[in-house]
Design a protein around this ligand. Structure first.
Ligand code: NOJ
Ligand code: CA
Length: 700
């Protein structure tokens, strides 16, 4: 009796509950409930297979100055719609992607101010996406966001794979802990050396954020289609186990300049009780707009080598041409400078790389240090550092362009901007013309150091717009873009497929600097790669850098694991990062890098556990060829490779590149073994991986 009365009372005071809207995923496993609470604040909760995933969580905004767009709302109307169709990415992990969801659209109006906001919820079988629309309306036109107040209230003290919340970098090592342990681990996680770093002062983490509940539910929070808006970090309340949006501010602390008639990015929650499904999920891509270009025939996967690793090994090669301390772009006559004798990007040396690429079937050679300005490489205090159209005197642009063409190889342009974004935009038209005139079809951009205009952040609205602008302008010239140190990707490579890879995480370069943990690459696919392909630059065979003289670094993996990364770290842009001479010492292992495909008809996540291991098989696009990669963290393991992805009734020869019997990532990383076995769709292979080891398999 008491209970019934209470319920009645509740309905009377909060008529909102009458409005509660329920939405189910197409398979019925996920259920979203949307409502207004007693304060008229929009709230949602999410359940998976009848278990709570996200507890009642509030939605909304605070506009400047302190205009509350997070309460006092009424539901003006709701609408449901569904979609189920297939589309084909230009480059991807699979040929066809199914876009199947149920959508709930809720139009809200604030009773007093008459301000309007619309929220869209899309429920897929693999998760929830929701975004806000600011419709055109009488009482609101241009406005500034003080903060977005989206919450993700969790059900407990989950295991979490995190890097510190930061406005400028994603290049941290991951920490695995409980939410309640984050605070005590934050100091060590954040106090590392980075070229640009603005760690959030309160407890916060970056997305994509991967979590696992005590009863084995996997939850991934990120965003999709980040355009004209700052990236979202997540505040962490380690007592209430609650996450909330923390947008990256601009130089004066504002969080977004918005005009009505626009949408925010999607907030995404991928959920499954099977970790493999997190990696299978294409929800973030589905939430992005279709390809913006009519002709995409010029967008191709690229396997490349580069005048690059030699700058990191400690062997003495330099980006800079001279040791002068007084160069000024536009004023200094570089032909009059005394060369330092260690400049890597000289014509003769680049030709050696082109020859190697051509002989070994690579598409391209990246050349860093080709252009004027590297003398000031680390001077983040200077605005105009580089020319993007003038080469150093010993780099013959025309000669190399002709030579590369003869050899059937492309040169990849390099634009390190040292984050002088405004200067880069100023030079861009000339830089693009220069690339077209000299037969370049891809550029690696870089944003090392703090952003100029000063005070802006790598992941703020202005820079988000900058990166997208560069990708779109490059597309007009049929140029593909690989951005380093840019904002983490959010699936925009569906819309702009020429923006085909990014770094935006700790990549192989750190093997030559502060180091990489053995579990790093078992976490990245569950975090950074949820947003898009990574230019991780694997393939280091000579991992003991003491052989070059000045460094003591040792690779964090076995050689076989380096091979496996070409399959486990999806990217249509893959580098063989080591020096050609090292590949010549291990020609039989190098064969796997030469063979491995970059674009796929299908991908099969065979085994996966974040932080522990990943085994993936992929079928090459348009070919009867398959490649398998398996990796493990610091623990040895037996991978169970089920070949049921092969067509039934046929037998194939598989070449297995495995850790050698005496392999040890610390003391004997170069020990590997190559064997051939016959496999068919019924084969189940038990494959031994040593600590931080791996296995790579090619099937033809
Ligand atoms: C950082 C990039 O990640 C690296 O690949 C590049 O070589 C340097 N910046 C210099 O541009
Ligand atoms: Ca970097």
């Amino acid at each position: 009796m008491k209970k019934i009365l209470l319920t009645c009372f509740f309905i009377i005071v909060s008529n909102a509950w009458i409005n509660a809207q329920e939405l189910k995923s197409p398979d019925g496993n996920l259920v979203l409930t949307f409502n207004l609470n007693a304060e008229g604040t929009p709230v949602y909760f999410l359940a998976y297979k009848k278990k709570e995933v996200i507890k009642e969580s509030r939605l909304g905004f605070i506009l400047k100055s302190d205009i509350k767009m997070n309460k006092g709302f009424q539901i003006a109307g709701t609408q449901k719609q569904s979609e189920d169709n297939f589309w084909e990415p230009v480059l991807g992990e699979q040929k066809k992607i199914r876009n199947q969801y149920n959508e709930l659209k809720a139009d809200l109006i604030q009773e007093k101010s008459k301000r309007k906001i619309t929220i869209y919820f899309r429920l897929f079988n693999d998760g929830l996406g929701f975004r806000y629309e600011f419709p055109v309306q009488d009482n609101l036109r241009h406005f500034v966001i003080q903060e977005e107040t989206t919450e993700f209230n969790l059900t407990g003290d989950h295991k979490i794979f995190w890097i510190p919340g930061d406005y400028d970098t994603n290049e941290y090592s991951y920490t695995t802990s409980k939410i309640s342990e984050m605070q005590s681990l934050m100091y060590n996680a954040a106090h590392v050396s980075m070229a640009a770093q603005t760690t959030i002062k309160n407890l916060a983490a970056q997305t994509p954020l991967m979590m696992k509940t005590i009863d084995g539910l996997y939850i991934n929070i990120h965003e999709a289609a980040l355009k004209n808006y700052p990236a979202m970090c997540l505040n962490v309340d380690d007592k209430a186990y609650s996450l909330s949006s923390h947008l990256v501010p601009d130089a004066v602390g504002n969080k977004g300049y918005i005009q009505t008639g626009s949408f925010t990015p999607w907030r995404t929650i991928v959920v499954s009780d099977d970790a493999r499904n997190i990696l299978v999920s294409k929800m973030i891509l589905n939430l992005n707009e279709p390809c913006a270009f009519e002709d995409t025939s010029w967008i191709k996967p690229v396997k490349y080598i580069g005048v690059w690793w030699e700058y990191f090994t400690g062997g003495g090669s330099t980006w800079a041409y001279s040791d002068n301390q007084d160069v000024v772009i536009g004023a200094t006559d570089f032909s009059k400078l005394k060369p330092n004798g260690t400049h890597g990007a000289n014509t003769k040396h680049v030709k050696e790389y082109i020859d190697f690429a051509s002989t070994n079937g690579f598409d391209a050679v990246l050349v860093e240090g080709w252009n004027e300005g590297w003398e000031d490489n680390t001077a983040f205090k200077k605005e105009r550092i580089y020319s993007f159209t003038k080469s150093y005197p010993d780099f013959d642009v025309k000669d190399l362009s002709v030579y590369a063409k003869q050899k059937g190889v492309k040169i990849i342009m390099h634009h390190e901007t040292t984050s002088s974004a405004s200067e880069y935009e100023r030079q861009l038209p000339d830089a693009l013309k220069f690339m077209v005139d000299n037969n370049y079809n891809a550029v690696k951009t870089g944003y090392v150091g703090p952003i100029i205009p000063r005070g802006e952040h790598h992941d703020g609205q202005q820079m988000v717009n900058h990166y997208t602008y560069i990708a779109k302008e490059a597309a007009k010239h049929k140029i593909m873009v690989d951005s380093h140190e840019a904002v983490r990707p959010t699936g925009l490579h569906r819309t702009y497929p020429n923006w085909f890879a990014q770094e935006s995480a700790r990549g192989t370069e750190f093997e030559a600097m502060e180091g990489i943990h053995p579990d790093h690459t078992t976490i990245l696919p569950f975090t950074r790669l949820m947003g898009g392909p990574m230019d991780y630059t694997p393939g280091i065979f000579q991992g003991d850098l003491s052989v070059y003289g000045s460094k003591k670094n040792k690779l964090s993996t076995t050689l076989a694991k380096q091979l496996a990364l070409y399959v486990t770290m999806y990217s249509p842009l893959q580098m063989a990062a080591d020096l050609p001479e090292n590949y010549m010492r291990f020609k039989d292992a190098f064969q796997f890098i030469k063979d491995v495909a970059l674009d796929w008809d299908d991908s099969y996540i065979l085994e996966a556990e974040p932080g522990d291991y990943i085994t993936i098989a992929r079928k090459a696009k348009g070919k009867q060829e398959w490649f398998v990669g398996g990796i493990t963290d610091e623990n040895p393991r037996i991978a169970l490779i089920d070949f049921s992805f092969l067509p039934a009734g046929k037998s194939f020869t598989a070449t297995i590149y495995e850790d050698g019997k005496t392999a040890d990532y610390k003391s004997n990383p170069q020990s590997y073994n190559i064997r051939k076995v016959n496999v068919n769709s019924k084969t189940k292979l038990k494959q031994k991986l040593v600590a931080s080891g791996g296995v790579a398999i090619s099937i033809k």
